[in-house]
Design a protein around this ligand. Structure first.
Ligand code: ADP
Length: 745
């Protein structure tokens, strides 16, 4: 602005209206100088709001030059929504009032708003009437900023999770935020004005005392880990950042501390350290992988089990340690993990680096990021080689048992069976596993089973099921069989199981029955033998005594009679003893046969001749066939059979009756038939014929007592030589005894 313009400008100032005296002129000049050099915008407007004065600061503040504004309406730089406010201020001035430090905003030439503080005063004319208004504007932009800053700082301090506190040079607390209360337990009221040192444990007093010195040396104390005391006396681990507070002159007037509570961090650090130690020392393989199946961690256990080092696995192609034929399985696992489903105790096989297979039990859990999305999985593999071997051993033991072994759990569900169970009960194991043991018992016993089972599990110990009662097993085909069941509890990882050893005792029962029968037979045998021996011996003894005592008094004919009786009985005894011995030898398996071909026709003829010479004029009929094959057998034994059959025929048919012997060839056998026309045998007795001591009633017509061993011996001898023997007869119509011998051709 040029001098002229200044003069012109000043001359327009109402309160510096030209005065005649010098004093007022001086004053005006001073005012003009003040006005033009003022840092505050100064403007004057008249009663019509027309600006009459606009100083350089106004130009700086609002961007309009004096030339642009003088003569313009004041309202041109009042924001539309501030016009009322402006009118009020004008009214106040009109009515003689001054407004001080009024905060508002005004518009700059560029349209931006500027915060201002206004002092508004009325201007009087010489008559003392108000004829204008002066307005002084102070730019509040910077002040506003620093106020904002302060408010923000205060909010941050209040909202901070860290304790923020300040203290004066004498160590007294001057500010204390809410987090400080949370962390240390003291309220602001309790702490402000009190010494900071109450927070410092004795062993940290030196450290705290050194801080100001260190800071003054220019050291930075930031994130310093230490401990402080809580109100309750306990220690709290903190991370401390300390700074000095200076006044405007640069003098230190105090300090401030920001303390972060490290309790949780320390806890999680400890947890992490613990976890890391566990993972490192675990015998199990612990690893993690991302959703592409690429390993992201690999512990020493994994290295031990699979043989790969962490470097060989981490970041390598997906799951190289997976058995090649299990790749479908690992795709399934990844799929399940993607869906957030964990996998528990999954037994499978993995491949070691050296290509050997290792049986493992795996547990896999998804890993989530902070948003809850699955990003990978952690897997724990347990080497179950030994477990599998033990299981195999256990199975081998189960399989080696001659008894059915059924392993069931507390609910009676069958978990393991051996192959004997399949054999004895007639089920395939797949039909039994997972079913109730009730399946294997007769339906009538099932009702009492649950109670019994519960009682067993309340005090499990080895016991015989049913306590001596006869129990029965139920086969798939519904057949029942007697069983003996021994229950033994076994502790397993999955709780107590019971091993039921089931013995099929039907064989045993049969044996007992046979044994009883044999015992009965033996007693019968002893009875018969002693009777059959005793009567001829009594007879021999009686007649011999008679002869001895009455030798002289007995006539010659009687003596011969007696002696003949003695001889007959002796022969009978000899024959009997021979038969019994033969039976004993046969039964002991000590009998040997001398098998070779011979001509049966000659043998039949010889036996007929011998029988005829001993017989009492029986008629024998035997047509010797020409061109007849040799037989294969023991000739002496066949002689014995023929002799026995012919002597029976003689014994049980009337003298003078015909006895016929016939030979024929049937297939590879020669068949010999001895037929008599004697008393015959009742149909009921036929079954006893070939049994030991199988004497039949013959309806009282038996004259010569036999020992009942003959046919039994015949049958044994014939069968031992590969033949068969049987009888066709009927009471009163004679009998045919038929036996076969293998032919030699
Ligand atoms: P035994 O030495 O007593 O004759 P066997 O075993 O030879 O013993 O005969 C058993 C029984 O069979 C005889 O006691 C007899 O009752 C009956 N028996 C055997 N052969 C004949 C037959 N040809 N006719 C009628 N009964 C016979």
């Amino acid at each position: 602005m040029g001098t002229l313009e200044v003069v012109k400008w000043v001359s327009r100032l109402p309160w510096v209206a030209p005065r005649r005296n010098d004093e007022s002129g001086m004053k005006n000049a001073q005012l003009t100088a003040i006005e033009s050099s003022s840092a505050d915008a100064i403007l004057i407007y008249d009663l019509d709001r027309i600006i009459t004065s606009w100083n350089p600061a106004a130009e700086r503040l609002f961007g309009y030059t004096a030339g642009e504004m003088i003569g313009q309406s004041y309202l041109s730089f009042v924001q539309f929504d501030k016009i009322d406010e402006s009118n009020d201020l004008r009214e106040r001035a009109w009515s003689d009032q001054t407004t001080l430090n009024f905060r508002t905003v005004r518009l700059r030439k560029d349209g931006s708003a500027v915060p201002v503080s206004m002092n508004i005063s009325p201007i009087y004319d010489l008559s003392g009437a108000v004829n204008g208004v002066s307005a002084i504007y102070r730019d509040m932009t910077e002040l506003k900023d620093s106020e904002k800053q302060n408010a923000l700082s205060a909010a941050i301090v209040a909202a901070s999770n860290d304790a923020i506190l300040s203290y004066s040079l004498d160590g007294k607390i001057t500010s204390w935020n809410p987090a400080a209360k949370r962390i240390f337990g003291f309220s602001a009221e309790e702490m402000i004005g009190n010494p900071y040192s109450v927070l410092v444990p004795a062993e940290k007093a030196g450290e705290a005392a050194e801080f100001p010195e260190r800071l003054l040396r220019g050291e930075i104390i930031a994130n310093h880990e230490t401990v402080r005391l809580r109100k309750d006396g306990s220690e709290v681990p903190i991370s401390l950042t300390v700074s000095l507070i200076y006044d405007l002159t640069g003098a230190v007037i105090g300090g401030s501390s920001v303390a972060r509570d490290l309790t949780e961090l320390k806890k999680s650090e400890m947890r992490n350290a613990l976890l890391a130690a566990i993972i490192a020392s675990s015998k199990d393989a612990i690893l993690s992988f991302n959703l592409d199946g690429i390993a992201t961690s690999w512990n020493p256990g994994a290295e031990r089990i699979f043989g790969y080092s962490a470097d060989e696995i981490i970041g390598q192609p997906p799951l190289v340690f997976i058995h090649s034929d299990k790749s479908d399985e690992s795709a399934d696992i990844l799929e399940r993990i993607r869906n957030g489903q964990p996998i528990e105790h999954f037994e499978t096989v993995r491949l070691r680096k050296n290509k050997s297979a290792v049986p493992v039990s795996m547990d896999v859990s998804p890993i989530y990021d902070l948003t809850g999305a699955v990003v990978g999985a952690s897997a724990i593999y347990r080497d179950i080689t030994e477990l599998k071997m033990a299981e195999q051993k256990f199975r081998d033991i189960l399989e080696s048992s001659p008894d059915a072994m059924v392993i069931a759990d507390k609910t009676g569900t069958i978990v393991i069976v051996n192959s004997q169970t399949e054999e004895i009960f007639g089920y395939h194991r797949d039909e039994i596993l997972g079913r109730s043991v009730e399946l294997l018992m007769p339906s009538r016993n099932r009702a009492i089973f649950p109670g019994y089972w519960e009682r067993f599990f309340s005090d499990p110990k080895v016991e015989l099921m049913g306590g001596g009662l006869q129990l029965y097993g139920n086969r798939k085909d519904g057949q029942e069989f007697p069983v003996e069941i021994r229950l033994s509890p076994v502790e397993t990882a999955n709780g107590v199981l019971v091993v039921a050893t089931i013995r099929d005792v039907s064989v045993h029962k049969n044996m007992i029955r046979q044994l009883n029968e044999m015992n009965a037979l033996r007693s019968e045998f002893v009875a018969i033998v002693s009777h059959d021996l005793r009567s001829p011996m009594t007879s021999i003894n009686g007649y011999a005594q008679e002869l001895l005592n009455e030798w002289d008094a007995t006539d010659e004919a009687k003596k011969i009679d007696y002696l003949q009786i003695i001889v007959r009985n002796t022969e009978y005894l000899a024959e009997f003893v021979e038969d019994v011995l033969q039976v004993a030898r046969i039964e002991a398996g000590e009998y040997t046969f001398n098998i070779r071909p011979f001509d049966i026709r000659l043998l039949v003829q010889r036996v007929l001749d011998e029988t005829a010479s001993a017989g009492d004029g029986r008629r024998f009929e035997f047509t010797v066939p020409s061109d007849f094959p040799n037989v294969l057998g023991d000739e002496d034994r066949q002689w014995q059979v023929l002799t026995n059959l012919l002597s029976n025929a003689v014994k049980f048919s009337p003298s003078g009756e015909l006895i016929v012997v016939e030979l024929s060839c049937i297939d590879d056998f020669v068949q010999v038939v001895v037929t008599d026309y004697g008393i015959g045998i009742a149909t009921d007795d036929m079954s006893k014929l070939f049994m030991k001591f199988g004497r039949v009633s013959n309806h009282g017509v038996l004259k010569t007592p036999g020992n009942g061993l003959g046919l039994y011996i015949c049958k044994t001898l014939v069968e031992a030589q590969g033949g068969r023997i049987w009888c066709e007869s009927g009471l009163g119509r004679g009998s045919s005894f038929i036996f076969t011998i293998p032919s030699a051709t």
